[in-house]
Design a protein around this ligand. Structure first.
Ligand code: GLN
Length: 244
């Protein structure tokens, strides 16, 4: 078996090393003897046909970089939309997540989004920065606490979409929204930056399982991996922030 992973604009959207998520996807496949090929689209590169793509990652970045990426991706809108509607996996972090909506309204200009999700983002006063603990219902009970870090000026309003997780600590979508991100088909949008998947291996395996299921058209159970260190770190952080 083999999965093809596409990293969109690692040169522009990689705040807090979001590309660590690619390494995690790749490594957890290799440990199970499943091949993984990673390709990237960088500034100036032509966009590629998505028919062989199984997982896409879009990281976060500064407003200026987002503006460039979004202009570039507007021509890709239909292709990305079809990919999502046909169950393609996409992990979009912070700035990447904002771009999937209708628009991102800054104080002095508005960035038109890709309009893949019926959500919108507006720049608020001050930034929402800090550690986050979420509860994600779609993960099994022993692994449903997802930990991470957020830093964003935009506040995202998700309307009727299903949130990615309930905020137990931190901010998430907006100041008091109580929820973070969106989950729609196999698309996950979240404000949780940096090494989200290494910190939350159950989430990584959830993405891999869905991508394999779509590609091979059957249920696939991944071989277990010893995640004791990751689990200990996750439990430590969860306790630290939730028992104050
Ligand atoms: N520029 C966006 C904001 O501040 C996204 C930031 C990010 O990706 N960390 O809201």
């Amino acid at each position: 078996m083999k999965l093809n992973v596409l990293h969109l604009f690692p040169d522009l959207l990689d705040q807090y090393f979001d590309s660590g998520n690619i390494q995690c996807l790749k490594k957890r496949l290799e440990w199970r003897n499943i091949e993984c090929e990673v390709s990237c689209i960088r500034r100036g590169d032509p966009l590629i046909d998505l028919s062989d793509t199984d997982i896409i990652l879009m990281g976060g970045g500064a407003d200026k970089e987002q503006l460039y990426v979004c202009r570039h991706l507007l021509g890709y809108k239909n292709e990305l939309n079809e990919y999502i509607e046909s169950g393609g996996s996409l992990l979009a972090v912070c700035g990447g997540y904002q771009l999937l909506g209708k628009y991102y309204k800054l104080h002095d200009e508005t960035i038109n989004g890709l309009d893949i999700l019926d959500i919108y983002t507006e720049q608020g006063d001050g930034r929402l920065i800090g550690n986050v603990v979420l509860e994600c219902d779609f993960l099994d009970e022993d692994h449903n606490k997802v930990v991470g870090f957020e830093n964003h000026g935009g506040r995202t309003y998700i309307g009727d979409h299903t949130p990615f997780g309930k905020v137990l600590y931190g901010h998430g979508n907006a100041d008091n929204s109580q929820y973070d991100g969106v989950i729609y088909k196999n698309l996950i949008g979240t404000y949780l930056h940096g090494p989200l998947l290494p910190k939350n291996p159950a989430l990584c395996d959830f993405i891999l399982t869905n991508a394999l299921k779509r590609k091979y058209n059957k249920d696939i159970e991944l071989d277990p991996i010893d995640d004791e260190l990751e689990s200990t770190a996750n439990t430590y952080i969860t306790k630290r922030f939730l028992t104050r």
